[in-house]
Design a protein around this ligand. Structure first.
Ligand code: ADP
Length: 360
C-alpha cells in the first residue's frame, strides 16, 4: 500500500517536473520572440511582473498536465493491471473458474486485451486439467474398491477351518482374480502415465507388421477355441513398418482382447492388413455386441466402460492406452460399430516413422 502511494507520488512529481521544464522552455522562447518583434529590451519592472505571472502559469499548467496524466494512467493502465493481478492471484489460490472481462479498446491499450485473452485461455485449460485430475483420482479409487472388497470378503471366508476343499479352491481363485485385476489396472495406469508424460520415447526399428499381428493374434487361440469363434484373416505379406514394436503390440493386444471379449460364442472375428507406400492399415472386425454412437464417442476416455456386462474383465483404460500410442506414432484410429451387428476398428500406421522425431 505504502509502496503504491510512494510510486504514485514519484510518478506524479516526475511528470510535473517534465511538464514544468517544457512549459518554461516554451514561455522563454515566446518572450524572446516577442522582444525581437517589438524591437526593444523589456524594462526591469516589466520583467518582474511577467516572471511572476509566468511562474504561476508554469506551476498551474504543470499541475493540470500531471493530473490529466495521472487519471489517464489510472484508467488505461492501473485498472486492467489490477484486474489481471486479481485474476492471477485467484488462480494461484486454485480457483480456475475466474475469467477477466476485456477492457474497452478506447480506454486502454489493446494489448491488455491480448494478455486478458491469454489469461482466460490459461484458466480454461487449467480447469480442464484439474477436472481430469480429480476425475482420475475418483475413478482410480472407485475401480480399486471393488477388487479390494472381493479380496477382503473371500479372505474372511477362507479363515473358516470347516471350509470344504471345493469352496476353498473357489474362494482362493476369486482372491487371485481380484488381485490380478488390481495389478492389471496399476500396470495400465503406470503405462498411461508414462505415455502421457512423454517418458516413453518411441524406439524405432523396422519390422514385419504382419508377423507381429499374427503372433499377437495367436495368443487368443484358446479363447476363440473355447468360445467357438470363427476366425478370418487376410494379411498382406512383407509389410515392413519403422515403428516401436513394443508400443504397437499394446495396441493389437487391447483391440484383439476387446474383439474376443465382446463377441459371443459362435461369432466371428476378422483381421486384415493392407498397405500402400505411406501407411499400413489394420482392420479388426467382430460380430459382437457392437456399441451405440453415444458409447462410441467416449470409448477412448480413461476408465470409460460402455458395456458394463463385461466390466469385471477390464477397467476402461485399454482404449485410452491404444489412442495414446497411436497418437504418439502419428497414426490414426477409427471405429465403426452398430449395436447387435458388430464393430470394426481401423488403425493406420505410418510405414517409415517419418515425423516422429517431433514427439521426442
Ligand atoms: P474395457 O474393455 O476394459 O471396458 P476399453 O478401454 O478397452 O475398456 O474399452 C472401453 C469400452 O469400449 C468398453 O467398455 C466397450 O463398451 C467399448 N468397446 C471396446 N471395444 C469393443 C468392441 N470390440 N465391441 C463392442 N464394444 C467395445
Amino acid at each position: 500500500m505504502v509502496k503504491n502511494i510512494l510510486s504514485t507520488v514519484s510518478n506524479f512529481f516526475v511528470f510535473f517536473l517534465l511538464a514544468a521544464f517544457v512549459t518554461t522552455c516554451c514561455i522563454t522562447l515566446f518572450i524572446s520572440a516577442l522582444q525581437s518583434s517589438i524591437g526593444r529590451e523589456f524594462t526591469e519592472e516589466e520583467i518582474v511582473v511577467a516572471a511572476k505571472i509566468t511562474m504561476i502559469n508554469v506551476v498551474l499548467i504543470s499541475i493540470g498536465m500531471a493530473v490529466i496524466d495521472y487519471l489517464r494512467r489510472k484508467f488505461t493502465v492501473e485498472r486492467p493491471v489490477t484486474k489481471i493481478t486479481e485474476a492471477t492471484e485467484k488462480m494461484m489460490a486454485g480457483d480456475f473458474s475466474v475469467r477477466v472481462d476485456s477492457v474497452s479498446k478506447f480506454a486502454a491499450d489493446d494489448r491488455f486485451n491480448e494478455i486478458i485473452d491469454a489469461i482466460n485461455k490459461m484458466a480454461e485449460e487449467l480447469s480442464g486439467v484439474e477436472t481430469l485430475r480429480t476425475d482420475f483420482i475418483a475413478n482410480v479409487s472407485h475401480e480399486m474398491k471393488t477388487p479390494l472388497a472381493v479380496i477382503q470378503n473371500y479372505g474372511k471366508l477362507l479363515q473358516d477351518p470347516a471350509l470344504s476343499e471345493e469352496k476353498r479352491i473357489e474362494y482362493a481363485k476369486a482372491v487371485t482374480d481380484a488381485s490380478r485385476r488390481l495389478a492389471d489396472m496399476m500396470t495400465n495406469i503406470l503405462k498411461l502415465n508414462r505415455l502421457e508424460n512423454q517418458q516413453i520415447y518411441p524406439n524405432f526399428a523396422s519390422f514385419d507388421l504382419g508377423e507381429q499381428l499374427c503372433e499377437s493374434f495367436l495368443q487368443y487361440e484358446n479363447v476363440w477355441e473355447r468360445k467357438n469363434i470363427e476366425i478370418e484373416t487376410d494379411i498382406a505379406e512383407g509389410v515392413k513398418v519403422c515403428a516401436d514394436a513394443e508400443l504397437l503390440s499394446l495396441v493389437w493386444n487391447n483391440l484383439f482382447s476387446n474383439a474376443f471379449k465382446f463377441t459371443e460364442d459362435g461369432g466371428k472375428v476378422s483381421l486384415t492388413l493392407t498397405a500402400d507406400e505411406r501407411y499400413a492399415t489394420v482392420k479388426i472386425a467382430d460380430t459382437g455386441c457392437g456399441m451405440s454412437a453415444e458409447v462410441g464417442a467416449h470409448i477412448f476416455e480413461k476408465f470409460y466402460q460402455g458395456d458394463t456386462s463385461h466390466a469385471t474383465q477390464g477397467n476402461g483404460l485399454g482404449l485410452a492406452l491404444v489412442k495414446r500410442v497411436v497418437d504418439i506414432m502419428q497414426g490414426e484410429i477409427g471405429v465403426e460399430s452398430a449395436v447387435g451387428v458388430g464393430t470394426v476398428f481401423t488403425v493406420k500406421i505410418r510405414r517409415n516413422g517419418y515425423g516422429l522425431e517431433e514427439n521426442r
